[in-house]
Design a protein around this ligand. Sequence first.
Ligand SMILES: Cc1cc2nc3c(=O)[nH]c(=O)nc-3n(C[C@H](O)[C@H](O)[C@H](O)COP(=O)(O)O)c2cc1C
Length: 152
Amino acid sequence: MKTLILYFSAERGTTAGVAKDAAEALGADLYAITPEKPYTAADLNYRNPLARCNREFFAKKDVPTAGRIESFADYDRVLIGFPIWYGCAPLVVSSFCKGYDWTGKTVAAFATSGGSGIGRTAEKLRPFLSGADFKGARLVRSGAEVAAWMAE
Ligand SMILES: Cc1cc2nc3c(=O)[nH]c(=O)nc-3n(C[C@H](O)[C@H](O)[C@H](O)COP(=O)(O)O)c2cc1C
C-alpha cells in the first residue's frame, strides 16, 4: 500500500514533527500543505481580533495553497495532519482537499491541539473528501500513535 502523509503546521512545528515521525514509521511519503501566503507570527495571534487567522475564520473563504502533488493518484492511503484551529481543521486544509480526487482512497486525519478535543473535526472535513473511505479524525501526541492507529 502506498501512503502519503499531508500535513499543515504553523505555530511551533508540532504537527510537522508528528507527521515526520509517522511517515518514518509507516514508510510513507510526506507533503507539507503550504498557504500561498505563509503565516507570520502576527497572522496567528488569535488574541488580536484583526489578525489574519481571525479574519479568515470569520470570512469562511478558501485559503489558496502553493504547489501541487502531481502523483496524487498513485496513493492508496492518505493521512492528513493539522493543528486544531477554532475547534476543527484549519480552512487551508479543507481548501487544499477541494483540489484533489479522493475517490477510492483510504483517508484518516490526525490533529494536535492546545487542549481542545477532536470535537466535530471529522464531520466537518468529510464533505471535502468525497468518495474516500474516511476513517475519521483523532487527536494524537506522536507519530507512533498515528502508526499504531493504522495498525488497528
Ligand atoms: C489560529 C489558531 C487557532 C487555534 N485554535 C485552537 C483551538 O480551538 N483549540 C486548541 O486546543 N488549540 C487551538 N490552537 C492551538 C494549536 O492547535 C496547537 O498549538 C497546535 O499543536 C499547533 O500545532 P503546530 O505547531 O503544528 O502549528 C490554535 C492555534 C491557532 C494559531
